[in-house]
Design a protein around this ligand. Structure first.
Ligand code: SAH
Length: 235
């Protein structure tokens, strides 16, 4: 029987999937793909957009709604269903993939399904992918971390003081899920206009944005698909 493959799609630009990931999708019978239902009634799925551009047949894609709220219970219910359907297809001999944006094992809640499958002795495989912050660094031509420098990745909750401390310790910083700490980022920019701020939105999509002007970044409201890299240029 075929393992259930967790395919990392990369950050948004279809060509940033790996050859291995693309081959797994092309060979799959069923591909589980998350979508979001917005408050104003729209259905969004960056993962489905990527696969459409890779010419993966829509008929092989099983979309499932993934609630975006920090309330994890609803998301876990969705994942329980994916688990049940994916494992049934696997047991009937089908080739099953489950996709995630960026890398499927980097701040990716779908990993819950991977762990459940593994715990129940269903064979799983994870195909690595390019995380958004790596694609962002490349977009801006940054050496994200160099020589002895450390790199700290913060998933959303931080303070201006914590950023100050990390920079003092000579760590470059990546902040993801920025919308969860907007005020602290704005406060940090006011206190430390001398740091280098690199702001990215929707990397690898037609709405991609890159800004390095601290004053401008300090006035933005941050959408879900945004991240910030903070460095000191003299590192
Ligand atoms: N598995 C993903 C991370 C998922 S967590 C990865 O490997 O990159 C979701 C966070 O990732 C978002 O809040 C945002 O901070 C970041 N992100 C994901 N895709 C992005 C993109 N295309 N552009 C900017 N930020 C992105």
């Amino acid at each position: 029987m075929h393992p259930i493959i967790f395919v990392s799609l990369g950050p948004g630009e279809p060509e940033l999937i790996t050859v291995k990931g693309l081959k797994a999708l092309q060979a799959a019978d069923s591909i589980f793909c998350p979508e979001t239902h917005t408050k104003d009634g729209r259905i969004l799925s960056r993962a489905a957009d990527i696969m459409q551009q890779l010419a993966i047949p829509e008929s092989n894609i099983c979309r499932f709604p993934l609630p975006m709220s920090k309330q994890r219970t609803q998301a876990f219910n969705a994942y329980e269903q994916v688990y049940a359907e994916a494992s049934a297809l696997h047991l009937s001999g089908k080739k099953v993939c489950i996709v995630a944006e960026g890398d499927a094992g980097f701040y990716s809640s779908i990993y819950y399904v991977y762990e459940q499958l593994q715990a129940n002795d269903i064979p799983v495989e994870h195909i690595a992918g390019i995380p958004a912050f790596i694609a962002a660094g490349a977009l801006a031509g940054l050496h994200v971390a160099s020589q002895e420098e450390r790199l700290t990745v913060i998933p959303g909750t931080t303070t201006a003081e914590e950023i100050e401390k990390l920079i003092h310790e000579k760590s470059a910083i990546v902040i993801m899920k920025l919308s969860q700490c907007t005020d602290e980022i704005h406060r940090c920019i006011c206190r430390h206009p001398e740091y280098s701020y690199h702001y990215f939105e929707n990397v690898g999509t037609p709405n991609e944005k890159y800004l390095s002007d601290a004053g401008q970044i300090g006035t933005l409201r941050f959408p879900y698909f945004s991240l910030l890299i903070i460095r000191i240029d003299s590192f």
